[in-house]
Design a protein around this ligand. Structure first.
Ligand code: CTP
Ligand code: CA
Length: 228
């Protein structure tokens, strides 16, 4: 009962979360994507809502139920995801980028299904780089003036601390969260490494739901410091 009357950790905040993979079309029936399940991002959206925030969840193609009280926008490609994020940016105070955004998309998406021509020839695909949604948000005037707090995620195959620290600086975000391997695609638990300007700290292996609540508390604490 005491907890009920305690002010909620993210009361008054507008949290925007990206989650899941993106899908980049090659033609109307094919595309490239990745194995992100979206579970961590959905768990964070749910935990932020439970902490009293208004939450918007921009989700790539995943099969997960919408957390109660969360406003969900489904998108397909990285460009769609960027447009949805930009539409909500001005009202956002905390941006949490958990999405596994495809780094590249086919330079040309065919209008009609690409057919085999019988000769055994294979199609050649050209790629272009997708926009970096997190880096753009972190470079916005809102973020630079301290009105928007940005959190990034990283999954690295080796040397997590070094790669993730470099990524934090490159993206210009105050907090970067590393997935402590092995790759946890689709699993219900995870372990996280939090990296900020002060150093790093581990959240040991636990359910994604439990980790999401801990991460929300860590973010709330850092918000109080940056606003103080
Ligand atoms: N991200 C993003 N838009 C992109 C690529 C990444 O918003 N086009 C975000 C992810 O949601 C994540 C963070 O940036 O929060 C790091 O993503 P990651 O794929 O680890 O970093 P990249 O900069 O793409 O570098 P690389 O994949 O080469 O390691
Ligand atoms: Ca990437």
């Amino acid at each position: 009962l005491a907890a009920f009357f305690r002010p909620k950790l993210l009361a008054g905040e507008h949290v925007l979360v990206t989650a899941g993979p993106t899908f980049e079309a090659i033609d109307p029936v094919r595309g490239i994507t990745n194995l992100s399940s979206g579970k961590m991002g959905f768990a964070i959206a749910r935990a932020a809502r439970a902490a009293g925030a208004e939450v918007t969840l921009v989700a790539g193609p995943v099969h997960l139920p919408t957390p109660r009280g969360v406003h969900r926008i489904d998108v397909v490609s990285a460009q769609n995801m960027l447009e949805a994020v930009e539409a909500y940016a001005s009202q956002t105070t905390v941006f949490i980028a958990t999405a596994a955004v495809a780094d590249w998309r086919p330079a040309h998406s065919a209008q009609h299904k690409i057919k085999k021509d019988g000769s055994g020839q294979v199609p050649a695909l050209d790629f272009v780089e997708n926009p970096d949604i997190l880096a753009r948000m972190a470079a916005s005037a809102q973020a630079r003036s301290g009105q928007l707090y940005c959190v990034g995620f990283a999954a690295e195959s080796d040397d997590l601390l070094a790669h993730a620290s470099a990524k934090r600086q490159r993206k210009g975000v105050p907090l970067l969260v590393g997935n402590i391997g092995p790759a946890t695609f689709g699993q219900d638990d995870n372990a996280l490494l939090l990296i900020d300007a002060q150093g790093h700290q581990e959240l040991p292996r636990a359910s994604k739901a439990a980790l999401a609540h801990q991460l929300v508390a860590e973010i709330a604490q850092r918000l109080r410091h940056t606003r103080a």
